[in-house]
Design a protein around this ligand. Structure first.
Ligand code: SF4
Length: 111
């Protein structure tokens, strides 16, 4: 579903049927302030970009809202975990490399 900013995100849910205005992020879920989700967070959230770059079904994402600048600004912080290799994925856009290795052309140069 598209976020209010027009970005496609698998975790966004919006219900506008018959005057309703229900919007939620189903990745962050309901959290108490100041870690609560607001639609404005979608504008800078890295999750849609991660999902476009890496569709690995073994990678699970977690997200939380973090405050910056003494609470003046909020951002979505994402962490990823691979259920196959059972390790934290440092670069979610790329994956852990266990089941989708890069072709040799992208590997280290041989001397
Ligand atoms: S905050 Fe991120 S994960 Fe949540 S709905 Fe918005 S774009 Fe999707």
């Amino acid at each position: 579903m598209r976020t209010p900013n027009g970005i496609e995100c698998a975790y966004f849910y919006g219900n506008y049927f018959r005057g309703r205005s229900v919007e939620e992020c189903r990745l962050i879920g309901r959290q108490a302030p100041p870690r609560n989700w607001t639609p404005k967070l979608c504008l800078t959230c890295p999750v849609p970009g991660i999902l476009r770059a890496n569709a690995c079904p073994n990678m699970t994402l977690r997200a939380e809202v973090q405050s910056r600048l003494l609470g003046l600004s909020k951002v979505v912080k994402v962490s990823a975990y691979c259920t196959l290799s059972k390790q934290i994925v440092d670069e979610p856009h790329v994956g852990c490399g266990q089941c989708h290795p890069l072709p040799p052309a992208f590997g280290e140069e041989e001397s």
